[in-house]
Design a protein around this ligand. Structure first.
Ligand code: CAO
Length: 453
């Protein structure tokens, strides 16, 4: 092994050519011809390959450095036998090929592949440490690029497409080229962006690009399978839930409310409700209490402005209520909950939930919510973490109430305890505010006289 310096070869009529990618780090093992750096002039992108096999000991350039012929790129601890090979090969190339010139003229795909394999030779066999530059040949009479990722994957794209992709923050390694020999075209970059925006990129990734897709697995190799299409509602709600989950930093705060008195009151109202042909479940009391507490916590009855710098406080309290339907989840909205009594709320809840299940909701029924409630209390479970129904700020998850032994200071007493989970957008609500919201809500549910205050 011997330490060798690697310098920039003659790459044609280019001066002060900027480095746009450094593909190696000290300690990396490289094979001869592996790319070390990428240069990009206003006309072409070029990779500079290593003339040796060995271990990089020093990298002497960084992004945005401007390089000229002979500038030091790196030092390598080169393998002895490779050293000679490199020398021979470079010398041979320089003899066989014309001295490097600025590439010009349109090159065919076939020529491109040739240029990728060996391409421009150094202008002379002046030293074995001067590698031949890889790349160049191109569209519109300009040199064409060949690019390499640190992992070794190669892709083709013209300088204008690379610039276009860089401006939009698109990693070309993730774009499939549809041009000749897999060349990435501008429309491929546009298509990749469109997929991300539409949330239809591979693996169902949604906005928030760069999220690695789940692996595609052929499950039939493990046993019999059947493909069942998702319902339209599931597809729509799934997309909405993914968007909310990916955009909103969630925190979920848990609590338990003692609803013993509330439940007794509810049961006392049941005969009246039955006469009116309506149900009297805990949910309407919870809706009433939530509306009251939202009045005290206006940040929770709000949405982030699209600029991300303002909060839009809503002076109305409309609660979205998650309804389980045979075709999937729907969240119709009950308006002005703070202004309505439990009978009226129950009537409305029954109406929207039955229309939701019959597929008869209108767009108006599903819009205008300011905060949501998801109740699984009629089904079971002790807790769950609901997903904020963005762009709302908070959602209350309600689980099944049960009688629990509660220590009152001198003995255990049976109390009806209701598990609650509040998920909120942490960009808007601090932990302390979330906890205060929950304790105020619990207190209100425990003693409904709070609603009078
Ligand atoms: N604790 C104990 N019992 C409860 C309860 C709770 N938290 N909530 C409801 N119950 C009881 C009710 O009192 C009722 O019993 P009675 O008839 O004896 O009074 C029974 O459970 C069934 O209630 P319900 O579910 O029919 O009515 P509801 O008002 O509680 O809920 C609705 C209405 C539309 C929200 C509900 O039917 C529903 O669809 N829930 C599922 C929502 C959902 O899927 N959420 C998850 C979304 S994904 O995050």
């Amino acid at each position: 092994m011997a330490i060798k310096s690697i310098t920039l070869p003659d790459i044609g009529n280019y001066e002060n050519t900027p480095v746009i990618e450094v593909l190696v780090s000290p300690g990396d093992r490289v094979e001869k011809e592996d790319s070390l750096i990428t240069l990009e002039s206003d006309k072409a992108t070029m990779e500079i390959p290593s003339p040796y096999t060995g271990e990089i000991t020093k990298v002497l350039v960084k992004n945005d450095d401007n390089l000229n012929k002979g500038d030091l790129i790196a030092e390598i601890d080169a393998e002895e036998d490779q050293e000679d090979e490199a020398g021979k090969s470079s010398a041979a190339e320089s003899q066989q090929e014309a001295p490097a010139e600025e590439p010009s003229g349109e090159q065919s795909s076939a020529e491109e592949s040739k240029s990728e394999a060996s391409t421009q030779s150094p202008s002379s066999a002046e030293s074995t440490e001067t590698p031949p530059a890889t790349g160049t040949a191109g569209g519109g009479g300009q040199p064409a690029p060949v690019n390499a990722q640190p992992g070794g994957a190669k892709f083709h794209a013209s300088p204008s497409v690379r610039l276009f992709a860089r401006k939009l923050g698109v990693d070309l390694a993730n774009v499939t080229g549809t041009g000749p020999k897999g060349r990435i075209l501008q429309e491929d970059v546009e298509g990749a962006i469109k997929k991300v925006m539409e949330g239809t990129s591979k693996g169902g990734a949604t906005p928030g690009g760069g999220i690695p897709p789940l692996p595609e697995i052929d499950f039939s190799q493990f046993g019999e399978t059947e493909q069942k299409p998702l319902s339209r509602i599931k597809k729509l709600s799934g997309k909405h839930l993914s968007t909310a989950w990916l955009n909103i930093p969630h925190v979920t705060q848990f609590d338990e409310a003692d609803i013993t008195e509330m439940d007794a009151f509810r049961k006392s109202l049941k005969p009246r409700a039955e006469k009116m042909g309506i149900k009297m479940t805990p949910l309407v009391f919870i809706m009433k209490a939530v509306a009251h507490v939202l009045g005290e916590f206006p940040n929770m009855n709000a949405s982030m402005a699209p600029d991300g710098e303002n909060l839009i406080l809503k002076k109305y309290i409309n609660l979205g209520v998650a309804v389980d339907t045979p075709n999937g989840l729907l969240v119709p909205v009950v308006r002005d909950v703070d202004k309505k009594g439990v009978f009226e709320l129950s009537e409305e809840l029954m109406d929207i939930s039955s229309r939701a299940r019959d597929g008869k909701l209108t767009g108006a029924d599903l819009s205008g919510g300011t905060f949501s409630i998801s109740s699984l209390g009629g089904i079971g479970g002790t807790q769950f973490t609901p997903i904020v129904n963005g762009p709302e700020v908070g959602i209350l998850g309600v689980s099944k109430a049960s009688m629990q032994p509660v220590w009152d200071g001198s003995e255990f007493v049976p109390r009806m305890m209701l598990p609650l989970a509040l998920s909120y957008d942490h960009r808007v609500i601090d932990g302390a505010e979330g906890a205060r919201f929950m304790t105020t809500l619990s207190r209100t549910l425990t003693d409904l006289r709070e609603l009078m205050l």
